[in-house]
Write a new protein. Structure first.
Length: 164
């Protein structure tokens, strides 16, 4: 928190909420053999496949906001677990395409149901998943996520001692 603010900063609250939700999702999908990061990958892949896409690792990284190297590591673990298949892109031999296996689709459908139930619980203070406050909250988060990052500010005394 900033020394000059009366309460937590928005950055600190976003960080805390992200950590709280990550832990909750980790616990919810653990019985299915997934972590939160793996869930994010397979659920995104599931949606993209349903839309007719067979994304590359890079495309999936861009979609999820995860680093490409981390997506590659997650994809290898999910491939070892029999949940996804990784194949060379016929249009670009350097690129790797991803697809859910049958088992991966089944596990992902279960995980999506579990996480939807969890989200209903987590969003209950705002009225639940379909509530107007939740839609407004989602709109605000989307606005923040869509805003480009400014060039980094050099370290100066005005930024010393602050947290996210």
């Amino acid at each position: 928190m900033s020394k000059g603010s009366p309460g937590p900063t928005p950055g600190f609250l976003v960080w805390r909420l992200a950590n709280k939700w990550r832990v909750a999702v980790d616990r919810a999908v653990a019985p299915l053999g997934l972590t939160h990061a793996q869930y994010s990958l397979v659920a995104s892949l599931y949606g993209m496949q349903r839309a007719g896409e067979r994304p590359s690792q890079r495309r999936l990284a861009d979609h999820t906001g995860l680093e490409a190297l981390y997506v590659s590591k997650l994809a290898r673990a999910l491939e070892s677990a029999g949940l996804i298949e990784r194949t060379r892109d016929p249009r670009d031999p350097r690129a790797v395409q991803l697809a859910l296996t049958e088992q991966g689709q089944a596990v992902t459908r279960q995980a999506i149901a579990v996480v939807q139930e969890l989200l209903q619980q987590l969003l209950e203070p705002l009225g639940g998943l379909g509530a107007p406050r939740t839609r407004a909250f989602t709109d605000e988060l989307t606005t923040l996520l869509d805003a480009p990052l400014a060039a980094s500010v050099p370290n100066d005394e005005s930024t010393q001692g602050t947290t996210p």
